[in-house]
Ligand binder design. Structure first.
Ligand SMILES: NC(=O)c1ccc[n+]([C@@H]2O[C@H](COP(=O)([O-])OP(=O)(O)OC[C@H]3O[C@@H](n4cnc5c(N)ncnc54)[C@H](O)[C@@H]3O)[C@@H](O)[C@H]2O)c1
Length: 356
């Protein structure tokens, strides 16, 4: 049989801290090449091109979207640009992978999902936390019923001093849309719903706090975004929510960029099932034995999809895999986070419509 030797030609839009990871991800796939970068910071673009052997950089991403020799783009831009740039790229019929969070509101995310469907291209939010092989294995164990009925889950990602740079776009609502909820809450919520195989939330009651950033405390020094020392810190640095799923199960979500804690970082998901519980960190099942509880380590095994998200995205374009992160799932995650913010603003539980 003739081997499929098509090469996917990709462009990366935004060559900041995570854009470089996108480039490396594409380069890990034998059938992908990064042929161009779009980056407004000329020096950053030059350095990335040199470091990764990318032949070309432009400052205006529209130039790349016009090119017929580019099949796919990845978007690694500040949050407020995710949806608009994804819409432009989809209009140009490029396959699109977008870093998290999907968008800064569910209305924009809906437009992206609808356009991706109409254009019949691959669209995926690159939720990398789903991909490690032992998490893929845990997902399989849940699907085969090892935990029984999962009635409750706790999902948390808490940092002691992890604001991704006070004064950067991350801490300004007009650029980021939200704070730790959109930044790390989105990761742990997405992974939790994915493991449960349930994205159908009925109601969200949430609260956000901003207790450290406005005092100049809790800086995590992430990445290399530009800093404006006069910029307002107007996003949250702690968020909590009770999410009631239509199935009846409940989820407690917590995210913090800054908090008084005995450790620097604490993130985990605990799934409570009628036959066993499970944790993501370490990956294990906790189940009753004959006389006591048994802890069963979850071994990775052969992953269902390539653990490198960009390589998986390339596999999807080549027709060798189905997107491991479905657009409709990412839309539901966006709706839940938006409901958390709305609930915090209004002081009321927010109910989500079934057919939304
Ligand atoms: N998946 C993950 O684990 C993970 C980790 C960190 C960040 N992220 C996400 O990745 C995105 C980028 O974060 P980052 O830390 O790399 O930020 P960053 O500030 O380091 O990088 C953003 C880059 O975009 C460039 N840029 C801004 N506007 C542009 C435009 N119109 N055209 C071209 N380039 C433009 C900036 O010059 C900058 O280099 C964010 O949405 C963030 O949430 C994901």
């Amino acid at each position: 049989m003739r081997k499929n030797c098509r090469i996917i030609r990709a462009a990366v839009i935004g060559a900041g801290a995570i854009g470089e990871a996108h480039i490396r991800g594409f380069q890990s796939h034998p059938s992908a090449r990064v042929v161009a970068i779009a980056e407004t910071n000329a020096e950053r673009a030059r350095v990335a091109c040199e470091k990764y052997g990318v032949p070309e950089a432009v400052s205006d991403y529209h130039e790349l979207l016009k090119r017929t020799d580019i099949d796919a783009v990845s978007i690694a831009l500040p949050n407020y640009l995710h949806a608009p740039v994804a819409l432009d790229a989809l209009s140009a019929r490029k396959h699109v992978v977008l870093d998290k969070p999907f968008a800064t509101c569910a209305r924009d995310a809906t437009r992206v999902v609808e356009l991706a469907r109409r254009q019949k291209v691959v669209f995926m939010v690159g939720q990398n936390q789903r991909f490690p092989p032992e998490r893929q294995k845990l997902k399989q164990l849940v699907e085969t019923g090892r935990l029984g009925e999962i009635y409750h889950a706790e999902a948390f990602w808490l940092r002691r001093s992890g604001i991704p740079r006070i004064g950067s776009w991350f801490t300004q609502k007009k650029f980021a849309g939200g704070g730790c909820g959109y930044d790390i809450g989105v990761h742990i919520l997405d992974l939790c719903l994915h493991l449960l195989g349930d994205f159908d939330a009925a109601a969200v009651s949430g609260q956000t706090f901003s207790k450290f950033g406005p005092r100049g405390l809790g800086d995590g020094r992430w990445g290399r975004s530009e800093i404006d020392p006069r910029a307002p810190f107007d996003v949250e640095d702690f968020a909590v929510a009770l999410i009631k799923m239509r199935s009846g199960r409940t989820i407690v979500l917590r995210a913090s960029w800054a908090a008084h804690m005995s450790v620097n970082n604490l993130d985990n998901i605990i799934l409570y099932g009628t036959e066993a519980s499970a944790t993501v960190k370490p990956p294990q099942l906790i189940q009753p034995g004959r006389s006591d509880y048994r802890i069963v380590e979850i071994k990775a095994g052969r992953p269902m999809v390539n653990p490198e998200r960009m390589a998986h995205f390339v596999d999807c374009i080549l027709g060798r895999a189905e997107p491991y992160v479905k657009p409709e799932e990412s839309l539901q995650v966006q709706r839940i986070l938006d409901a958390l913010y709305r609930s915090s603003e209004t002081g009321r539980e927010v109910r989500l419509k079934a057919d939304e």
